[in-house]
Design a protein. Structure first.
Length: 256
């Protein structure tokens, strides 16, 4: 079972086109959120494992102690062949760590409680456009992220809505501002709907997320005047927008 689970992660890595810059640009918003969530999770694990100096791209299993099982030899050999030539070195470290983590989980080892799975957000990010470059900032081939420190990332707002449909709905070109429809019994936490305003190459596009699980043009923000927040709308974060999108998607699938 250990080898099968490790191999599943290996096959996910094998399917990635690490040089697909077009996909990286297309999925830039969701990739940024996924990387931020990985940084948050790895910071939580670093504090528990005493691995602050190794953060953010490190092998959690290695820091759990010598009792943590290793990657099955056959899988490890195939993984090294796959990783040959990939850069930076920290990317190779995380790929090895994700494969080994699968072995740890399937071995039934007792793990610290209350901590999220460390590598899934990073694997999803890789699958949506390849890797990254690490310099002063994290360059995701479509957006730049400030790395920050362990404490700051550990305290970040969780991004837990990782369904592909939700991630796809977050991806769009331009600078994006999200708004929630509030009032009439709909607080910010349970809005009546969400809208977004995209600014791309000097043009503005206002869109509303519909029950058909897609963005469609709307004039609601335009009609609200220069300050949409003063007319039944409140500015929300991309993480809050993602939670709403996923809730609507679940309701839609549950009604079928």
């Amino acid at each position: 079972m250990t080898e099968t689970t490790s191999r599943t992660v290996l096959e996910r890595l094998r399917a990635i086109d690490w040089e697909d810059e077009a996909a990286a640009w297309e999925h830039a918003p969701s990739r940024a959120l996924l990387m931020r969530e990985y940084l948050r999770r790895s910071a939580l694990w670093a504090r528990v494992c005493g691995a602050e100096e190794a953060w953010p791209f490190f092998d959690v299993a290695e820091h759990l102690g010598a009792q943590a099982p290793g990657t099955p030899p056959e899988v490890a050999a195939e993984l090294e062949e796959l990783l040959d030539g990939l850069a930076p070195a920290s990317l190779r470290t995380t790929c090895r760590a994700a494969v080994r983590w699968a072995a740890v989980r399937s071995a039934g080892q007792e793990l610290p409680s209350g901590l999220p799975e460390p590598y899934e957000p990073l694997l999803l990010m890789y699958e949506r456009g390849g890797g990254y470059y690490l310099e002063e900032y994290l360059d995701l081939n479509g957006t730049m992220i400030r790395l920050g420190d362990v404490e700051g990332n550990a305290a970040a707002t969780p991004f837990l809505t990782l369904a592909p449909t939700t991630l796809d709905a977050l991806d769009a070109e331009g600078e994006i501002a999200y708004y929630a429809e509030v009032g009439g019994g709909h607080p910010r936490q349970e809005p009546g709907g969400i809208l977004r305003r995209r600014t791309d190459e000097g043009r503005t596009y206002d869109e509303v997320f519909t029950a058909d699980l897609r963005w469609e043009p709307t004039r609601q923000l335009e009609l609200a005047g220069p300050d949409p927040e003063g007319a039944g709308h409140v500015r929300i974060s991309d993480i809050e927008a993602a939670a709403f999108i996923e809730a609507v998607s679940e309701q839609r699938s549950g009604s079928r």
